[in-house]
Write a protein that binds this ligand. Structure first.
Ligand SMILES: [Zn+2]
Length: 302
């Protein structure tokens, strides 16, 4: 035990404490089965974080939820007692109190309001400057046309999410390469244009196999102006993972993929400074930190 903790200090300890959090939350709700209990993991909510919301309510037939102007979709967990929603807070969400609206419907038409206030805390993301080819900072008329067309295509892809979760168990990294730029970094392109980095970069040499982070359905598989060759996988209930700048795409739209299945090869297409994989997680239009999704223990959920 000690040896394991010493060899991989940060990740292992983070995972261990998260599982402990999950366990203690489950133990707590199990002993108070009569009164509904709500737990959020991670318990400290920051901008850009995915959140696993668990509602333990015996006799619930359905749960309606809304948070940060997004609809929460609940499903029954593996144990058959708890209800779960895999949600999150957009990287640009305002910090401070937010209202988590929850209504529980029982089988006899009864309704219980379990709404509560959730405080969103600031995440401290760094700032970097980088240089890319000028056409990516000031795109010409032809490029602008393609950017508009890309937007329509991606909107269509995001509109087609499955009504049930397609993922199973924990999410896994799409490549084994080291991470090169974390999520949320504020980036200044060529000294002027600023944006948030809405994904996690891996320093993958061109030709590295890129694998699905979890099971789902491919809803987009084609080149885009900024993202280059892109694959988008729908994991159901508004949750998607995006794989960008690929040198090769090896899946087609509509194809079911399992966790770890090859989607293509990494590359340097689109707006890049060199070969890498940009991996993004999107839930109901909110961009979430993929590194934090990887740390969520979902094995007991489904
Ligand atoms: Zn990136």
């Amino acid at each position: 035990m000690l040896k394991t903790m010493r060899s991989v200090p940060h990740l292992r300890i983070a995972r261990a404490s998260l599982s402990l959090l999950c366990l203690s939350a489950f133990a707590l709700t199990a002993t108070h089965a009569q009164s509904p209990a709500i737990t959020l993991v991670p318990a400290v909510v920051v901008a850009g974080a995915p959140e696993l919301i668990r509602v333990s309510a015996s006799g619930a037939a359905a749960i309606d939820g809304e948070w940060l102007e997004r609809k929460l979709e609940f499903f029954r967990g593996r144990d058959g007692r708890g209800w779960f929603a895999l949600a999150g807070v957009d990287v640009d969400a305002p910090v401070g109190p937010s209202e988590l609206k929850l209504t529980i419907h029982d089988a006899h038409g009864g309704v219980r309001d379990l709404s509560r206030t959730i405080r969103i805390r600031p995440a401290h993301y760094p700032t970097t400057s980088l240089t890319v080819a000028p056409q990516f900072v000031q795109p010409g008329p032809e490029a602008l046309k393609q950017i508009d067309a890309d937007q329509l295509l991606t909107q269509k892809a995001y509109a087609s999410s499955a009504l049930k979760p397609l993922w199973q168990g924990n999410f896994r990294p799409p490549v084994s390469s080291p991470q090169s730029e974390r999520f949320g970094t504020r980036r200044i392109f060529n000294g002027t244009l600023a944006s948030n980095h809405k994904g996690l970069d891996f320093r993958a040499p061109s030709g590295t196999p890129v694998r699905a982070g979890n099971s789902g359905v491919v809803v987009l598989a084609q080149p885009l102006y900024y993202a280059g060759n892109t694959v988008i996988v729908d994991h159901g209930m508004g949750l998607f993972t995006l794989y960008m700048h690929l040198s090769r795409i090896s899946v087609r739209e509509g194809q079911h993929v399992v966790c770890g299945q090859r989607l293509g090869l990494s590359g340097a297409t689109g707006r890049v400074t060199g070969p890498h994989l940009h991996w993004a997680v999107r839930w109901q239009g909110a961009y979430l930190d993929p590194a934090k999704l990887l740390r969520l223990d979902l094995t007991a959920v489904r």
